[in-house]
Design a protein around this ligand. Structure first.
Ligand SMILES: Cc1ncc(C[n+]2csc(CCOP(=O)(O)OP(=O)(O)O)c2C)c(N)n1
Ligand SMILES: [Mg+2]
Length: 441
């Protein structure tokens, strides 16, 4: 590293200055006493405890003011505006149609996955995203191709929103060579270099450090390698249950310390398999952990794509301008069991019904029609087109070839000699006895 590069690199360690666009005297005052009363959890009957922080004691190093907000004032005002006249609307017709199409694609694709899974076309665990579409669409449709997305095992719809063709996602689920990972990843490991979707991670929390590393790369390119046009951001999606894992805290710390261009998006669907978030977490308001590390935190209605989008715009803009990370907690709900193997017997039917009534796809459709952004007929045309895309993806996946047995170890080891390759120089997997006694291949 050159000395100038080293100097710039070391400046990454500087404590970030106050985030100007989020700071206000009112918030500074609040910081010294307590955070504003957060919006209660939208769909749960839980009453959040108030979070009281004491003022920094005089002898301690004081951090830059941090802000806890459910939404900055500008966004709140915009969201509160009556959608009566088209000039007050949060979206144009074209934007609305893009959002609607993406959400319908996510929903229809997942419904088709359920059918194909029960017909035995897919293997392993398959986790569907139904109900959470507003989060994926609200964030990812604002991104550029060069921006990075990191997902979890609930990743099909993030891949679709990021532009990975439905054919490639379905083929991956079928374990076929035409899949985005040539059939080697499966449901939980969607990946596309071209679309900068860098996983699909089955271990919870595993994607957060990877996302933090991707955001570090963008900053390094811009500040050290002097690629001035590198304003790429990274969006990391993960669940509420994951926020009690260590990687989450470690990465919030590093991202704030180095002002990384990253948005941590918590898809709080209130459940981690069968464990209620409200039962498992000392302070269930996850957004508050942003300010604790010196970054803004937001809690938004994740069933409303327009609200998600407004906060996403603010957070993505902030990251692109080099102002650092943001934590966004989207309160959402999954409409199906944890995975397709889950009979979903633990959640209260009344809770499920409450969220079903707030279906994000139906809500956007209603908004578009009521505000004359689209007619029912126009939206039906999109529904039909998406049905065809999804049907086509199944036909394509079904007709595609399965990988050759010799592909089994590709991309598994940097150098398969010594493990995957036997003393005779041949791939061990080609030995018919290779998997004997372990699994049916
Ligand atoms: C490190 C690790 N521990 C445990 C598990 C088992 N596990 C799979 S999903 C899950 C719950 C995660 O819940 P959440 O983060 O809320 O995501 P959601 O499934 O609700 O989208 C757990 C504990 C895992 N995959 N990885
Ligand atoms: Mg969850």
């Amino acid at each position: 590293m050159s000395s100038s590069a080293a100097a710039t690199f070391s400046s990454l360690n500087a404590i970030p200055p106050p985030p100007s666009s989020f700071s206000s005297p009112a918030n500074d005052k609040l910081f010294s006493s307590s955070f504003p009363a957060a919006s209660p959890f939208l769909g749960s009957s839980h009453k959040p405890r108030s979070c009281v922080l004491s003022a920094p004691s005089p002898g301690r190093r004081s951090h830059a003011p941090v802000v806890a907000a459910t939404a900055p004032n500008a966004i709140k005002e915009k969201l509160a505006q009556s959608p009566a006249s088209s000039s007050n609307l949060l979206i144009t017709k074209e934007e609305g149609l893009v959002l609607y199409e993406d959400m319908v694609l996510g929903r229809s694709f997942e419904d088709m996955c359920a059918q194909m899974y029960y017909r035995g076309k897919m293997f392993g665990f398959v986790h569907l995203y139904n109900g959470q579409e507003a989060v994926s669409t609200g964030f990812i449709k604002l991104l550029k191709q060069e921006d990075t997305v990191v997902s979890t095992y609930r990743d099909h719809v993030h891949a679709l929103s990021k532009g990975v063709p439905a054919r490639e996602v379905m083929s991956e689920l079928f374990g076929k060579t035409t899949g985005c990972c040539r059939g080697q990843g499966g449901s939980m490991h969607m990946f596309s270099k071209e679309h900068n979707l860098i996983g699909g991670f089955a271990f919870i929390g595993e994607g957060i450090p990877v996302a933090t590393g991707a955001a570090f790369t963008s900053k390094y390119k811009r500040e050290v390698l002097k690629q001035a046009d590198c304003d790429h951001v990274t969006v990391a999606f993960f669940g509420d249950g994951t926020c009690n894992n260590g990687q989450f805290f470690e990465c919030l710390n590093m991202a704030a310390l180095w002002k990384l261009p990253i948005i941590f998006v918590v898809e709080n669907n209130l459940w981690a398999i069968g464990m209620s978030h409200l039962r498992a977490t000392s302070d269930p308001e996850i957004w508050k952990k942003g300010p604790a590390f010196g970054m803004p935190g937001f809690h938004i209605d994740g069933m409303d794509v327009l609200k998600v989008r407004e906060v996403a715009k603010e957070a993505i803009g902030r990251a692109r301008r080099g102002e650092g990370p943001t934590l966004v907690e989207c309160e959402t709900y999954r409409f199906r069991g944890h995975s397709l193997a889950d009979p979903d017997e633990l959640r209260d039917p009344a809770e499920k019904a409450r969220y079903a009534a707030r279906d994000p796809v139906t809500a956007l459709k209603k908004y578009m029609i009521e505000n004359k952004l689209a007619t029912e007929a126009e939206l039906k045309v999109i529904d039909k087109r998406i049905d065809e895309v999804v049907e086509d993806s199944v036909e394509f996946a079904d007709e595609s070839p399965v990988p050759a047995r010799s592909q089994l170890l590709e991309n598994v080891f940097a150098d398969p000699k010594g493990f995957g390759i036997g003393p005779d120089g041949k791939y061990r997997c080609e030995d018919p006895k290779f998997t004997e006694g372990t699994a049916q291949v």
